[in-house]
Design a protein. Structure first.
Length: 281
């Protein structure tokens, strides 16, 4: 899938995978995570762990098949068949009957583990690879402010950028959202019952993240100020640094100064140079 962006004034949408599918263009991410068979170790370990084994046994008993005929991947397919039908069509598939609420929570965790290690806090490169997109958003905001301050019309009053959950999760992680104190692992399902990182809540179908720039005139002083509000899935997302529902734009930029100034995807995504000297000896 190609992902595109469009500005109000400039006609047809333009595909910009480098911006919106940054993960496909990040060598370090591709090598260390995407194509790395052991990067999702916790996902694989959880599949064979006690919580999943318990579901396997229960489902095998319900379906009256030997438990050896089932595995975690088949269970996940059955669960997706149930949840996709329910979420998209509002239809309750017969596959839903083989699971109870506790099973659903375990299967939700299995999916969160994958998102955590592949798109979220599991590896730093997952989120760092999105800093070009992060900076792009601020460049649009900067430009609008500059035009406002010069009393010019804002050339792009709305910028729409379209991607997938795989684009949003790294960006939200980069900004520090939904970060738990402890990592999600194959072995702390119970401790993570009340985790913040719930991908089904963060990036449901048609998820969206909005940055709204306000031009405010302070009643007491003649000073004009710019404020930013963020909305995730049409609900106000308190700012990570203050928990407030809006922030002075300059305060937000100050909070993210390092990301805005020092994060270069070209550097972040560069693979560590392998020094072959010792091999040649
Ligand atoms: C694959 O991931 C594991 C676990 O994070 C890591 O130790 C290893 O260095 C990675 N391999 C590559 C080629 O990056
Ligand atoms: C590679 O390692 C050798 C020996 O440690 C060192 O002298 C050389 O500068 C290194 N080369 C690079 C490109 O880092």
């Amino acid at each position: 899938v190609h992902l595109f962006q469009t500005h109000m004034e400039c006609g047809p949408p333009r595909i910009n995978d480098k911006l919106m599918r940054f993960f496909d263009h990040c060598e370090k991410f591709l090598t260390e995570v995407e194509k790395n068979a052991t990067a999702l170790y916790h996902v694989e370990a959880f599949k064979t762990g006690p919580e999943m084994q318990n579901i396997l046994k229960k489902v095998a008993a319900t379906l009256q098949v030997p438990v050896n005929n089932l595995n975690a991947d088949l269970i996940q397919v059955a669960f997706f068949t149930c949840s996709f039908d329910l979420a998209i069509k509002g239809v309750k598939s017969p596959w839903c009957d083989v699971f109870d609420i506790d099973d659903a929570k375990v299967l939700e965790y299995l999916n969160d583990l994958k998102q955590y290690w592949k798109r979220g806090y599991g590896y730093t490169i997952n989120s760092r690879s999105s800093c070009t997109l992060f900076q792009d958003i601020f460049q649009h905001l900067d430009k609008a402010i500059e035009q406002k301050q010069r009393s010019q019309p804002v050339s792009s009053p709305v910028v729409l950028q379209f991607g997938h959950a795989e684009t949003l999760l790294p960006l939200l992680s980069l900004m520090g959202y939904f970060k738990d104190k402890e990592p999600l692992t194959a072995y702390n399902y119970k401790e993570q019952m009340h985790r913040k990182f719930r991908s089904g809540h963060i990036v449901p179908y048609a998820s969206n993240l909005m940055f709204v720039l306000y031009h405010c005139k302070n009643a007491k002083t003649p000073k004009e100020e710019f404020r930013v509000q963020m909305l995730l899935n049409e609900k106000v997302l308190p700012l990570a640094h203050s928990q407030e529902t809006a922030s002075l734009y300059e305060d937000l930029k100050e909070h993210y100064r390092d990301l805005l100034q020092s994060c270069r995807a070209s550097d972040e995504c560069e693979l560590p140079k392998v020094n072959n000297t010792s091999d040649e000896l």
